[in-house]
Design a binder for this molecule. Sequence first.
Ligand SMILES: Cc1ncc(COP(=O)(O)O)c(C=O)c1O
Length: 374
Amino acid sequence: MREHNITVEKRLTSSFLENLEPYSPISSRDKILQGNMTCDLPPLKLDWNESTLPPSVAVKNAIVDAMANNQNLLNWYPELYSKELRRKLANYTGRSSDEILVTNGSDDALDLICKVFLEPHDQVLIPSPTYTHFLTYATSRNADLKIIEADDPFAADITPILQNLTPATKLIYVVNPNNPTGVLLDRQQVATLCTVASHSIVIIDEAYFEFSGKTVLPLLDEFPNLIVTRTFSKAWALAGLRIGYLLTNVELISQLMKVLNPKSVSSLAQIAAAAAIDDKQYMEKYVQDVKNCKLAMLDFFRKKEIKAYDSQANYIMVQHPRLQKLLSEMEKENIFVRDRSTFKNLPGFFRITLADHTQTNDFLERMEKVLDKV
Ligand SMILES: Cc1ncc(COP(=O)(O)O)c(C=O)c1O
């Protein structure tokens, strides 16, 4: 029976998927929720760059109000194309709502872009280290991925991308600020990339824009090949609801709309995101707190002569010679971070999501104990 299934799976599965491994989501979530941890301290979940605090109370109120006042909120499909939310996003981003598509997380935006623009064997350039889930979307289109490993992953340098660009390059994926390094390319560098790669789609993933405060959105007026993606999963604290968006010119939007599922963003996610934008100050206060805590974190590690790298996002990278021992001691203190040493050019590195000041003080106290043991 099992053999028969394997034959059927092989016969029916797209040949594009032959070399594709499932994206491996290594998260401490289950461990934390199952409660089988080695100590009683509250868990510090600092592994996925989520907000460490819940969203504004205005979000919860908006959902509760909508549930109370709209009988059909759950049994009807959501508002198609997230019209109301796009109006608010137009105001937030300073762009027209015709240039915005709301998606089921920014992952969905990245997948949509790959579906619309990639054909088998199209060349895709991806500077690495990067957000690896994108590789799954591009690989599932049977694209030829060219992963560019810079000698210095902490240099804000587009030279390695330009050196690998060919007339066959169809798409370039750049996370800005980058995940996991926190390195930011400036607007001029992205403009150069869009100019030199005018035959390619250039995706700039601004998942962490709210922390850097730097965007390339004004370049949409100059470059018809630019697409920017954003998310509500990070600074806005809505990762559990799955909502993000992309911005590009109306010509590319019309191509993307051929495949976009207009009902894939849930009603609750749309309501929550709109309420979050209405209480933008809450998000801004959190971002400011995180930025202040970043300085305290960098200072802490540097005083201990442990290499810690500044970042334009809500995480920092730290390098330690006894990484596995360190990570296991951190877990004993219920601190969960992300091992990034799996990237060839990041030996001994782990990434810590930054938190608010109360959690940061707690983290630093526990780290004192951890470091004494390592
Ligand atoms: C760079 C980057 N892009 C996209 C995503 C996915 O975001 P979303 O939750 O909106 O799908 C992440 C999540 O970690 C990310 O780091």
